[in-house]
Structures are given as C-alpha cells and as structure tokens.
Design a protein around this ligand. Structure first.
Ligand SMILES: NC(=O)c1ccc[n+]([C@@H]2O[C@H](COP(=O)([O-])OP(=O)(O)OC[C@H]3O[C@@H](n4cnc5c(N)ncnc54)[C@H](O)[C@@H]3O)[C@@H](O)[C@H]2O)c1
Ligand SMILES: O[C@H]1[C@H](O)[C@@H](O)[C@H](O)[C@@H](O)[C@H]1O
Length: 336
C-alpha cells in the first residue's frame, strides 16, 4: 500500500490556499505536487510557497503522472468539468461545494463515476466532520432525544464578495444546511420553499437578504433555515434539533469568557475559515486515509446531486411562491 498521496490543487484562491497549507502541514498522508489556476500568477505564487509545479491548466494538472488525486477549489462554474476530467483519468477528486451548477451536470458525474466502476469523488461538505454536528448525530441516532420532529437552523454571514446574487444564498450558503440536515436526520427531502422576510438595511440591497428556507422530509419533519448573507453581527452558525423527548443544539466553538465592566463577554467568530478549521482538517485527514485504503468514504457525488436538486427546488419556489416537490431517482447501488 502507498504511504503518501501526491495531490494537485486547482484554484489557488481563499480556500485553495487554506487546503494547500492543510495538505502540507496537517495531513501526513499527502504531499502537494502541483497547483493550477486560470490566473497564472496565483498558481505561480502558490507553487513557490508550497514547493511544487505550477501547471498551465487544470487539465494538465489532472493528466500529470505526478498527481494521484485532485482537489478542486476553483470557482463554482468550473467544478463539474474538472471533476469529469479527473474521472476520465480514473483519478480521485475532492471537489469543494457545490459539485456542479446544475442537477444535470451532477447526473453526468454520477454516470461517469459508475462507468469508471469505482468511487472516485468526494464533495466538500466539511460540516459532517465538525465535532459538534458529529455529537448531535450520535445523540439523535442513539435515540437520546426521541424521534426528531424539526430543526431550527441559522447561517449568518458578515459579508460577501462583490457580484453576489440572490440565488447564491442557496447554492453557496444554505447548501451546507441542505446537506447537514438530511445527514443529521438520515432522511430525504420532500418539499422546499423560500419565504420572504423584511429586508435588512445592513445590506447593499443588490440581492435578497435575509431569506428563510423551509424544507420538509419524507417522514414529515420540518426544517427552517434563516440565511443572512450579509451584514450579520458575526459568522454565526446555529442548529437545534427538536425531538419528542428533548433537544440537541450545535455548541458554539470554545472561546474565553471575559468578566469585566459588570458584564460577561464571549467573543464570536467572524470567518468560516476559523469557525470550521478543525472540521476541514479532519475532513482531509479522513479523505487521505480513505483513499490509501482504496476509496473515499465521505460525502459522495450522490450527496452533491441531492444538494443541487434541493437547491433548484428552493430557487424555483422563490419564483412560484409555493412549496416545490423534491423528486429523486433511485439511488444507485454505488452510493447505498
Ligand atoms: N466548504 C466551504 O466551507 C467553502 C468555503 C469557501 C469556499 N468554498 C468553495 O470553494 C471554491 C473557491 O472559493 P474561494 O472562496 O476560494 O474563491 P476565490 O475566488 O478566493 O478563489 C477561486 C480561485 O479559483 C481560480 N479560478 C476560477 N475559475 C477557475 C478555472 N476555471 N480554472 C482554474 N482556476 C480558476 C481563481 O482565479 C481563484 O484564484 C468555491 O466553489 C466555493 O464555493 C467552500
Ligand atoms: O456562507 C459561506 C459559508 O458559510 C462557508 O462555509 C463557505 O461555503 C462560503 O463559500 C460561503 O459563502
């Protein structure tokens, strides 16, 4: 069995650089051998920093005999093509969320992976590796709160990069809740709806903010997700699962409590990089170990597909003003 995986990273922006550092410093099973970015200076500076080759294109990186596994951290619209190209080369590929822009592209990925006859794809739903969510799942599956009835969740961001659009509140932001809630409840969704709400004056007004996303599961549980994409007081992620016999809540990350000036202060985080730093570390450690054992075990192309189908239904419902049904084909054997 190989002891180290040679990894190439496509997309050397914010999370690309985070994962490059992680693959270099935190995951002993990986060595970064190449980087690519369509903005070549970004690839060159990352190559210098991480002592590896800067490839001219993502396709060159994928084809390189020095790359065993690919990490896709480029912009959303480029994900599907790189994932398909990696599958064509029968290489493992870790793709940041979303897996693709459309459900059809996800289906192409699923078809290609099945034709390759081997699980190759993992999607970057890192919250499944967060200790808080893992403890919640354990409490639910060991029946500590009885049958789960509903989830109240919130995803609050302080700002967004220029060019943000209303739909991105689903495809880039709430996509994490879409994945984590079905994982927590171990159920699939039946309907999705976006509700309107008074708009925040703390945002530019170029897109809808906040939005409330409602999901129901096949067994009738209800999930409400408050999504603030801009202007929130902190980067704050909340999740409460209400069961017949009790409630489990996502713990806040540990921070020092200060008692001063006749008050108690507990600082909150402002950035996803810090809030989920340990989850990303564990995600990549587990990914590398699973590949050395033969196949990825984390969120699959099917999970990426379900997230896209659910996101599409949420976006449709904003246009129709009604709950939209979520219909899935049968789950292929590979993802059972
Ligand atoms: N899991 C998470 O919590 C999480 C957090 C942040 C970002 N992301 C995802 O990671 C991806 C990157 O996000 P980011 O914040 O680092 O963005 P970013 O804009 O900081 O970086 C993207 C990089 O990709 C490059 N790029 C864009 N299109 C490309 C293409 N076709 N080929 C090669 N390179 C290309 C850009 O030049 C840039 O350097 C997004 O898909 C985002 O949704 C996930
Ligand atoms: O809302 C942000 C999420 O909380 C992060 O985890 C990233 O996915 C980022 O891209 C989103 O903009």
């Amino acid at each position: 069995m190989k002891q180290q995986l040679r990894v190439g990273v496509i997309g050397c922006g914010a999370i690309g650089k985070e994962h490059l550092r992680r693959l270099t410093d935190v995951v002993p099973e990986t060595i970064v051998t190449g980087v690519a970015d369509y903005f070549l200076p970004a690839a060159q500076s990352a190559a210098e920093m991480f002592h590896c080759t800067a490839f001219q294109t993502g396709e060159d990186l994928i084809a390189s005999p020095d790359v065993d596994a690919v990490v896709v951290t480029s912009a959303d619209p480029s994900h599907a093509a790189y994932v398909l190209e990696a599958i064509r080369h029968k290489k493992f590929v870790f793709c940041e969320k979303p897996l693709a822009q459309t459900a059809e592209e996800c289906q192409q990925i699923i078809a290609a992976e099945q034709a390759a006859g081997k699980k190759l794809v993992q999607v970057g739903f890192m919250r499944r590796y967060d200790r808080g969510y893992m403890a919640m799942k354990h409490a639910i599956s060991s029946n500590e709160i009885g049958a789960p009835l509903m989830i109240h969740a919130a995803h609050r961001n302080m700002s967004q990069a220029p060019g943000f659009e209303t739909d991105y509140a689903v495809t880039r932001v709430a996509i994490h809740e879409i994945d984590i809630c079905r994982w927590l409840l171990d159920d699939e969704y039946a309907t999705a709806q976006v509700l309107g709400v008074r708009q925040s004056s703390r945002t530019s007004g170029e897109w809808l903010n906040p939005q409330i996303m409602m999901l129901t599961t096949r067994s009738g549980q209800r999930i409400d997700v408050e999504v603030q994409t801009d202007g929130a007081y902190a980067y704050d992620i909340q999740c409460h699962v209400v069961g017949e016999d009790g409630i489990v809540s996502l713990p806040d990350p540990t921070s020092v409590t200060k008692r001063a000036a006749a008050a108690i202060h507990t600082p909150l985080m402002t950035d996803w990089k810090d809030r989920f730093i340990e989850a990303y570390d564990i995600e990549f450690q587990e990914w590398a170990k699973s590949l050395l054992n033969g196949a990825p075990t984390g969120p699959s192309a099917w999970d990426g597909y379900v997230a896209c189908v659910t996101g599409d239904a949420l976006i449709r419902s904003r246009q129709t003003g009604k709950p939209e049904d979520i219909v899935l084909p049968e789950k292929p054997e590979m993802y059972q």
